[in-house]
Structure formats: C-alpha cells, structure tokens
Design a protein around this ligand. Sequence first.
Ligand code: AHR
Length: 308
Amino acid sequence: VEKQPKEALASTTLAREPVLGFSQLGSESAWRLANTNSITEAAKIADIRLSFNNAEQSQEKQIEAVREFVKQKVDVIAIAPVVETGWEPILREVKQAGIPVVIIDRNVDVADQSLYVSHIGSDFYEEGKKAGKYLVDKFPKQIAPIGIVELRGTEGSTPSIARGKGLRDAIATRKDFRFLASENADFTVVKGKEVMKKFLAEKGKDIRVLYSHNDDMTLGALEAIEEYGLVPGKDIVVVTVDGTHKALEKLSEGKINLVVECNPLLGPNLIQAVKEIFKGNTLPKRIVTSENVFTQVTAASEMASRTY
Ligand code: AHR
C-alpha cells in the first residue's frame, strides 16, 4: 500500500470524531513499539479518538479488551491478534453488536470471512520466501550439509507460521540445507540470546546459518554467538526479519547478512481504513504492505531514514 501523507489523513472532514478501539497484542519488540506509536500518532493527526489496550501477549486479555470496546460502543475495532486461532466467538459477538472490525498486522484464522472488514499488514509468507531465496543464492550446492538453526516467534502467530513455511518452501529443492534446531524465542532479545546459547552448546560449529523471525531475537543471538567465540556474519550467516535501526546497524557492521523488511508503520493505513468505514465506504479484504530487503551494501543509506 502507498504510505498516506500526514496532510491526507488530517484533511477529510467527518460528521463527528470517530472512536477506534485498538487491541494491541503486546510490547515485545522494537517493531511493536513502532507499530503502536504509528497508530497512536496517525489517530491523533486525524482526530480519531483512540481507546487503546495492550494485552501483554495474552489472547484472553485481548478478548476482554474487545468486549470492553463493545460496551463502550466504539465505531470501529482494530485487533492485532497475538495468535491466529480462537477468534470466532468474540468476533461473532462484535458482529452482533454491529461494530466493524479491522485486523491489523497478524491474521486471524476464521472460517467466516464476514467477521472482519479488512486485514491490513505484511505478507509474512513472502518474507520467509525472500529469506530462503537469499540462502539458496548465497550457498552453492554442496555435498556436506549446511546446518540451519531457526529462532521462531510466538507459537501460533501468523509471522511465526508463515515465515517458517516461506523459508522452507524456498529452500525445498536443496537437500543440502538441514535444520539442526528450531525453537520458539517469543520475539524477544532475552529469549533470542538464551535459545541461541542453547543451540551453540548443542550444535556448535555445525551451525552455518541462523534464520531468526525478528530483529530482537537476532540481537540477542548475536551476543550469544560472539560470547561463544564465533563471528556472526562470517562463521554463521545471519538472516533476520523486520529492519529496525539496530538491526541495520549490525548489518552495516557485517554481523548480519540479510534483513528482510517487515513494515510496522501501519497507522496511516489503519486510520484511513477507519475513516472509509465511518463514511460507509467499502474496503479491500486484504491490504498488503510493500516491503524490501536490505543487504550490507544498502544498510547505511536505509539507516539514515529509519526512525525505529
Ligand atoms: O507481527 C509482526 C512481528 O511481531 C514482528 O516481526 C516482530 O518484531 C513482532 O514482535
């Protein structure tokens, strides 16, 4: 999707100030903080009243927050769902109350597509494929196995499922790639370091590739690799997803080999969607964010404009 300029967001006059209830899944990563800031700022610019709830990784808390938004009779509800399953009952309640729902960032797995208006966010499967294609190009076919370890994000979340599948599909024809280990590290720096330490203790120098589902886990893993006495970016090829300033720094220092972008700045798109819904307009069922990949060559120029 095209980025919405600030003026465009502020310009449309509405009959009254719409109220948006937004259930954010947590604050686990730099990406998430940028996502929350983007939505808060875009709402402010557009004079949309935001009722915000941070569910701290709990689907139960998200469901409670959504129920509270229904009680408050907000005009639109936006949900960034922590996991994909388990949403049908609450979404049915919201539909019965006549409140439109926008799914933002991660997706929900529901049979009845009429339970939400639109899903705005990244193509996580494509992100995984980009990571896999990079590895296929980087490593010429060989007899000896190329050992991969994977740091997965939150179990049952769309990015974790789709990034894992995308990468596997992209390398499927290459039997020399071998998964040595794959574990959930919750998208956090602390867990990323802890799990990478464990991988290194168990697999040591057999590890040739680290595929990490987000930058925060990667930053933790880089510390673990250096403490173990290996050189990230050289001894271990590091591929990560997001594109935060800190990860781009490590990319330009040569400690990361590839950053697949996942854009957290969804505020302008969400707020535009809320305005359209409020005016009674229809929206595409799926709005996909446009994204890039960054290499050690492009890292520095990208860093200059990165605000998160
Ligand atoms: O859902 C998007 C993912 O969630 C981002 O890649 C990650 O950093 C965040 O925690």
